[in-house]
Write a protein that binds this ligand. Structure first.
Ligand code: CMC
Length: 430
């Protein structure tokens, strides 16, 4: 197998090195192209561009494979917990028992926000979207930790910042819900584990603690775990982009929250439920909506369908569909939206439009139905995704900072605007 590629430009042949990953993925390394040829590569949407080499997560989209640090997602979903998986992603191996205890203890130790942060929450009007509050407050939290501001100065305390961020994103997320609904803020409880504690902060009242059902906590923990990383997606690439300028961990992850918010990325879980509710309200069984989703002029898409990388199936969607059936039956819930979702999936998987374009349900198609069943308000769905994705963002931040030589991310462009022209005084303009 050749480890060189030849490229002919303007009659001259240039040799470019190729690089092969540990799963035999191959790439042409074009980093010297511009210096040697004055050409750049153009790849709208980065569908063919590897922006980095990474050891964190492997995806084979044609085979429907997802592995965190080499471990299949199916095994982690069955045997691990969100916190253990977070450790695996960030530190590269499964923790030993003492390591896991120390990691969990540090997370528990840092779950309280600085009291002064409460005043920041009060500045947001009721009805604010919790994703806006989440990104602002993660960034604001960096002001309470001076050492964070510079990677080299804060390096020795990095493990504490990691645990703090994983812990506090959950407290901030719960507070953003309470603030947007005008409810009193609930402090975390030292006695509760990560996911039950989040449910407590979301739903308990000062006069009555939430009764936490184990099946609900388990389902939410699974959702966090399934979202924990997904290689170079839009938000993770954003985190790496911001980190490449040597911005601090919290600022980089807060940017990740903003990138996640859009409906084509993490916001799809909210958009799926809104789509299913609309179908239900209009008395459609899904067939009219499928017609609209195929019509490019309708402005509609089948939300929760399709993926840039998966062209066979999304392994997370399989796991979540089963979990959805289990949770709804355990909680004895009959949700008409689940029936609509199943009909839509069945119809789309037989429809040549979706088959030809290799569009399958993604992780967001069923996750919203579980979250609805366990009482999570729809505007919090993307926030749940953000809590889950935090370990992946941190792992990628750590990877980029630990590289001996990282250049600032700075893509090029092909300019198609006006060529040189000159300033016209205001009175002479037509
Ligand atoms: N409904 C209808 N048509 C679709 C859909 C859809 N959900 N997704 C893609 N297509 C069509 C698209 O219009 C295009 O058609 P044509 O070739 O005729 O122009 C073709 O399929 C290829 O799509 P694309 O937009 O070029 O694909 P992409 O890789 O740029 O986008 C995607 C991937 C996930 C943004 C897109 O499939 C989509 O918008 N899906 C709905 C939103 C969604 O569920 N997002 C969550 C993704 S999973 C969670 C995460 O990791 O973020």
């Amino acid at each position: 197998m050749s480890n060189e590629a030849k490229l002919e430009l303007d009659g001259k042949v240039f040799t470019l090195p190729t690089i092969t990953g540990s799963e035999q993925e191959r790439a042409v390394d074009v980093s010297s192209l511009r210096a040697n040829t004055n050409f750049i590569t153009l790849d709208d949407g980065y569908g063919n561009t590897g922006s980095c080499v990474s050891k964190v997560t492997f995806i084979d989209g044609d085979k429907g494979i997802l592995r965190y640090r080499g471990i299949p997602i199916e095994e982690l979903a069955e045997k691990s917990s969100f916190i253990e998986t977070a450790y695996l992603l960030i530190y590269g191996t499964l923790p030993t028992r003492p390591q896991l205890k120390q990691f969990s203890d540090t997370i528990a130790e840092h779950q309280f926000l600085h009291e002064d942060m409460k005043y920041h929450f009060q500045g947001f009007p009721a009805g604010s979207h919790p994703m806006a509050i989440l990104s602002s407050m993660i960034n604001a939290a960096s002001c309470f930790d001076e050492g964070l501001m510079n990677w080299h100065e804060g390096k020795a305390r990095f493990d504490t910042y990691v645990a703090k961020l994983i812990s506090q994103v959950r407290t901030i997320a719960a507070y953003s819900h309470r603030q947007s609904k005008g409810l009193p803020l609930m402090y975390p409880k030292q006695s509760l584990k990560y996911t039950p504690n989040f449910l407590h902060m979301l739903f308990s009242m000062p006069y009555e603690d939430l009764e936490i059902k184990p099946e609900v906590a388990k389902a939410l923990d699974l959702i966090f775990l399934l979202h924990a990383d997904h290689e170079q997606n839009c938000s993770t690439s954003t985190v790496r982009m911001v980190a490449s300028s040597q911005a601090n961990l919290y600022a980089s992850c807060s940017a990740g929250v903003c990138a996640l918010w859009g409906p084509l990325h993490g916001g799809a879980n909210q958009a799926v439920i809104e789509m299913l509710e609309q179908i239900h309200r209009e008395g459609d069984d899904g067939s009219k909506f499928i017609l609209a989703a195929k019509d490019k002029t309708s402005g509609k898409k089948l939300m929760g369908f399709g993926h840039r990388v998966y062209k066979n199936h999304d392994p997370r969607a399989k796991i979540i569909k089963k979990a959805c059936d289990d949770v709804l039956s355990k909680l004895n819930i009959n949700d008409p939206l689940l029936d609509i979702a199943k009909k839509l999936e069945e119809a789309a998987l037989k429809d040549s439009y979706f088959v030809e374009r290799k569009l399958y349900p993604n992780v967001d198609f069923y996750s919203g139905i579980i979250m609805r069943a366990i009482g999570i308000p729809v505007e919090m769905f993307t926030v749940i995704f953000a809590i889950g994705r935090m370990p992946g963002w941190i792992a990628n931040y750590k990877e980029i900072m630990e590289e001996p030589k990282t250049r600032i991310y700075r893509p090029r462009q092909i300019y198609t605007g006006r060529t040189e022209n000159h300033y016209v005084p205001l009175d002479e303009r037509k």
